[in-house]
Design a binder for this molecule. Sequence first.
Ligand SMILES: [Zn+2]
Length: 78
Amino acid sequence: MSGYPATHFCKQCSQETPHSEILVRKTSSYDTDRSLLGRVKLMAHTFINGGHYYDMDRYVTCKVCGRKEKDNWGNEFE
Ligand SMILES: [Zn+2]
């Protein structure tokens, strides 16, 4: 997803600052399914959603002050 503006409002800097993004994959029900079918489904799931931000937790780190915060779309106040 190149071209996505990597700026974010930093509460500590009180302004829009450059941020780096870190994506951490959420665990899903597929991870606990150890059957062959479960693994196939996980592979298919991963393939179909490959390169997309599906089931990912997104963290942004301020490059100015180093503040890190979770920044999931629509779940900012979760
Ligand atoms: Zn900052």
